[in-house]
Design a protein around this ligand. Structure first.
Ligand code: GLN
Length: 505
C-alpha cells in the first residue's frame, strides 16, 4: 500500500473510479505518512485526520451507490493556508489570525469540495505569502524533502514540501510574484501560475490584489492541468474574474506528451540568465536551462533569443507595487474583526488596542512591507514611487506584447539558484527578494507561466519556466508536457528519478 503515496493523482483517480482502491484507503495512506514524516518536514499547519477520513468515506459511499462522480472524486489534497476554508483554521501563516475559523469557503475550496477531493490539511507558508523560503511563517520552519537542511521555497513552501515529500498527491498554492513556481522549482515539482483573473480570488486572504493568483502544484504536468481545470472559471464573487470558458488543459497536456513541438516558436529571454545577465545565477541552473532549450529544439521548436529590456526593472517595481497593495489590504487586521486582540482591558482606546495587536500579531517582514508600502503611497511620494513602478509595469507588459509578435512562448530558468540552506538569507531581505528575479515579469504582466523540472544541480532540483500570452495557459501545459515526456524517456523513469521520500528514522 505504500505505493499509493507515490502514485500520481491522475492514476489515483483512475484506480478509484475502477474500484481498485477506496478513497478511505488512499486517505489513510497519506495520513499515515503525514503522521510519520511531518514532524521532521513541517509541511502542514493543520491536519484533521477524522474529517479527512469522513469525507473520503462519503465519496466511497456515493460511489458504492453508483453515483456519477468526477475524475477527482476521492483524491486527497492539501491547501495553502491562505485559502479560506469553512470551519477549518485559516491563518495565512500569521499569528494575527491564530484561532480564526472562517464562516465560508473560498470559491476554489468550494469547487474542490464539489469535485469530491478530500482535504488532508492546510499547509505552511510565509506570513501573508511574503517570502521565498517559508521561513517568514509565524509558526514553523518547513524543510525541503530533498535535503532537510534546505528551504522548500516560498511562499507556498508547505505545499511544495507536502507534495514532494509524498504527504499529499498535489496541492494548491498561490503566486503573487513567484510563490507557486519557485517552490515547485526547488522541490522538483510542476507549478503553474494561471492567467490573472482566470482563477477566482474570492476567499484567498489578499496580499497584493492586482497580482495574487491561485494555481496547482503537482508531480506531473497532467496532474497540474487536472487540478487547474477543477478550480478555473468565472466567478461572479470576484470582480476581477474573467468571464471566459474554462480552458482545456488536461487535453493540452496529453497532446503535449506526444512530444511534437514542430513549428513552435520559442524565445529565450536574454535578461533572465542570458549573455551578460548571469550575475546571481548558479552555473548548474544555467547549464540545465541550456540543455532544456536544446531539448525543445530537438522536439521541433524554433528557438531564438528575445530581449525584454524592462524585465531588468521588474524587481524594484514589484517591491513597490506589492507592498503598496499589501499596506492597504492588511489594514483590515485591526484586532476587532478577526483573530488576535491584544490589550483590550477596558482602559485602552481603539487605537492603542489596534497598535498592540499589530505589534504582536505581525512578523518583521510583514511590518517592513506595510511601512514600505505606506511610504510609497503617501502624498508627495506617490508619483515618485508607486506611480513610477506602475509605469515600469506597463513597459514590462509591452515587452511581452512585442515578443508575442515573434514567438509563441518565452522561456527562462524559474529560480536563479537551487534551494539554499535554511537560515542563509533570513537576515538579508534583498537576497531573499532576488529569488524572484525570473518569476516577477509574468506576475506583473498577468500572463500564465509554468515551472517544470529540468534536472538536478548539486543533487537538487532545477526548474524551467515557460511563459505564454494571457489566456494561453494551455500552451504552457503543452510545452511542459512535451519536455516532461522527453526527459522521462531519456532518464527511463519519472519524477526526476524518484520522490525524495525519506524515512523519519
Ligand atoms: N517572494 C515574493 C514576495 O516575497 C513573492 C511572494 C508570492 O508570490 N506570494 O513577495
Amino acid at each position: 500500500m505504500t505505493e499509493l503515496t507515490t502514485t500520481d493523482a491522475a492514476e489515483l483517480g483512475r484506480l478509484l473510479a475502477a474500484g481498485e482502491v477506496t478513497a478511505a484507503e488512499v486517505t489513510r495512506a497519506y495520513l499515515d505518512r503525514i503522521e510519520a514524516e511531518d514532524g521532521a518536514l513541517g509541511a502542514y499547519l493543520h491536519v484533521d485526520a477524522e474529517a479527512a477520513l469522513r469525507s473520503a468515506e462519503q465519496v466511497d459511499a456515493a460511489r458504492a451507490q453508483g453515483g456519477e462522480l468526477g475524475p477527482l472524486a476521492g483524491v486527497p489534497l492539501a491547501l495553502k493556508d491562505v485559502v479560506v476554508t469553512e470551519g477549518v483554521p485559516t491563518t495565512s501563516g500569521s499569528k494575527i489570525l491564530e484561532g480564526w475559523r472562517p464562516p465560508y469557503d473560498a470559491t476554489l475550496a468550494a469547487r474542490l469540495k464539489t469535485a469530491g477531493t478530500v482535504l488532508l490539511g492546510k499547509t505552511n507558508m510565509d506570513e501573508f505569502a511574503m517570502g521565498s523560503s517559508t521561513e517568514n511563517s509565524a509558526y514553523r520552519v518547513t524543510r525541503n524533502p530533498w535535503d532537510h537542511d534546505r528551504i522548500p521555497g516560498g511562499s507556498s513552501g508547505g505545499s511544495s514540501a507536502a507534495v514532494a515529500g509524498g504527504l499529499a498527491p498535489w496541492a494548491i498554492g498561490t503566486d503573487t510574484g513567484g510563490s507557486i513556481r519557485q517552490p515547485a522549482a526547488v522541490t522538483g515539482l510542476v507549478g503553474h501560475k494561471p492567467t490573472y483573473g482566470s482563477v477566482s480570488r474570492y476567499g484567498l486572504i489578499a496580499f497584493s490584489s492586482s497580482l495574487d493568483q491561485a494555481g496547482p502544484m503537482a508531480r506531473t504536468v497532467l496532474d497540474a492541468a487536472l487540478l487547474h481545470e477543477a478550480i478555473a472559471g468565472h466567478d461572479p464573487l470576484d470582480s476581477t474574474s474573467i468571464d471566459f470558458p474554462v480552458p482545456v488543459l488536461a487535453e493540452a497536456a496529453r497532446r503535449g506528451a506526444e512530444g511534437d513541438l514542430a513549428g513552435l516558436r520559442v524565445g529565450v529571454v536574454t535578461e533572465l540568465g542570458g549573455d551578460g545577465h548571469t550575475d546571481g545565477y548558479d552555473q548548474g541552473v544555467l547549464a540545465r536551462t541550456a540543455e532544456t532549450v536544446a531539448l525543445l529544439e530537438s522536439l521541433g521548436a524554433e528557438v531564438r533569443p528575445v530581449s525584454c529590456p524592462a524585465f531588468d526593472l521588474a524587481l524594484p517595481a514589484y517591491y513597490l507595487i506589492a507592498p503598496s497593495e499589501a499596506s492597504s489590504n492588511l489594514a483590515r487586521f485591526d484586532g476587532v474583526r478577526y483573530g488576535l486582540r491584544v490589550g483590550d482591558d477596558g482602559n485602552r482606546d481603539l487605537d492603542e488596542v489596534m497598535a498592540l495587536t499589530r505589534e504582536q500579531g505581525f512578523g518583521p517582514e510583514v511590518k517592513r512591507r506595510i511601512i514600505l508600502g505606506t511610504y510609497a503611497l503617501s502624498s508627495g511620494y506617490y508619483d515618485a514611487y508607486y506611480g513610477q513602478a506602475q509605469k515600469v509595469r506597463t513597459l514590462i507588459t509591452r515587452d511581452f506584447t512585442t515578443a508575442w509578435d515573434d514567438v509563441d512562448v518565452l522561456v527562462s530558468p524559474t529560480s536563479p539558484t537551487v534551494a539554499w540552506p535554511v537560515g542563509a538569507r533570513v537576515d538579508d531581505p534583498i537576497a531573499m527578494y532576488a529569488a524572484d528575479l525570473c518569476t516577477l515579469p509574468a506576475s506583473l504582466a498577468g500572463v500564465p507561466a509554468i515551472s517544470v523540472p529540468c534536472g538536478l544541480s548539486e543533487g537538487l532540483p532545477v526548474g524551467f519556466q515557460i511563459m505564454a500570452p494571457a489566456l494561453a495557459d494551455d500552451r504552457c501545459y503543452r510545452v511542459a508536457a512535451a519536455l516532461e515526456a522527453a526527459q522521462d524517456a531519456a532518464r527511463g523513469s519519472r519524477f526526476l528519478g524518484q520522490l525524495p521520500v525519506r524515512s523519519a528514522a
